[in-house]
Design a protein around this ligand. Sequence first.
Ligand code: 6PG
Length: 471
Amino acid sequence: MASAEIGLIGLGVMGSNLALNIADNGHRIAVWNRTTSRIGEFIADAGPLADRLVGCDTLEALAAAIRPPRPIIMVPAGKAVDEQIAVLRKVLSPGDIIIDAGNADFRDTIRRFGELKDSGLTFIGMGVSGGEEGARHGPSIMVGSTEDAWKRVQSVLTDIAAKYQGEPCVAWLGTDGAGHFVKTIHNGIEYADMQMIAEIYGILRDGLGMPAKDIAPVFEAWNKGPLNSYLIEITAKVLAADDPATGKPMVDIILDRAGQKGTGKWSVIEAQRLGVPATAIEAAVAARVLSSLKTEREAAEKVFGKLQVKPFPKSDKVFADLEQALLAGKIAAYAQGFAVLKAASAEFGWNLPLPTVAKIWRAGCIIRSQFLGKMAEAYSGGPIDNLMMAPTFVEVMKGAHGPLRRIVAAASEAGLPTPALSSALNYFDAYRQGRGTSNLIQAQRDFFGAHGFERIDQPGAHHGPWGSGAA
Ligand code: 6PG
């Protein structure tokens, strides 16, 4: 009997937790896994929720167990998605909905959306953020689909999503790739946020000479102020944890080589394609790449000598500056992320609701923070060119760019790298400079290529008096 409201394929960590979340919220869900022995184990471990889980040994049984039109969630990403879709096409009927809940490239999502059109099946590209815990107890969910497909799954997704003061952190953001695009930019911001936190940690560790256990309470205290966010909260916890094997701070035992699965890189590629400066996000992605060049870095340290760090003063003012610097840097990075979303919305015809995006990031996702509420308010007040120009953030940046400047300058003087923070500062400075220096670039372009330039005092295209050697 087709008793389940929804189906799910892939009982890995994310899939299992999403399925349990759906069952926990009163919905009957049919599940299938490639290694079928996992299905029985999963249901056996589900305790009282087992009654709402329908284990299916085959995809045909899965399809038969779900009430049409059948929504089926898949969790993998990459090539496996196309293979899974090909198999599902054989067992599903027109009107059924395949949901890709993995971190997919939105360009693949648009392609898959198009490929399924003639089959009568429909596709949802669903960005899900919040890791294992979020999947189980409430993620932030970013949906891209037709409006009809969204309506079919709206109640289940609303029930399982994180709630911010009672408001569900899920929304239909537009057609085809809109949900996966927004998730990609979420991850770009996540990279910048994490990198800036790591840079501040580096200053505390190497500039102020603080051990991890003394840095943890600094982040804990900051988490009670304007920086209040999930990433600051977990940073304090991570720094306070000891390695059970050695008894040393866990963070001191971890190799300084960061992994990445690609979403940060995609966000930078798309920003470039759209012609949007997202320099802090770019710097964060590049910093991860540089971190992975461990052997080269060690060789370079031998050639150039170990960094002779000039110590920072340990004063209340320095701690206050570090807090404000991080705040200013983060605002610039978020401004870049939202600017990419705004440009993509126009380019792909999504009409992305930016206030809603900020709202559904207030809980459940990795970048959830207190100031996303203020960002939601900023975008709700009507269109703004840049987040830094919203009145609330104008005030914050007026107070915080000085500290950011002092920290970046001092870190540079001390020999401590701050790629994302300094990119954020340069972005801010370039953005608020009414007359920049690209007049010279225009002159050079005209000199060597006769590209022409605009004058400040007359309309039209002009050429310079360059004389011999010029184009
Ligand atoms: C989330 C995260 C998640 C991502 C991990 C790892 O929002 O829950 O963004 O989707 O997969 O953070 O990403 P990297 O391996 O690229 O750091």
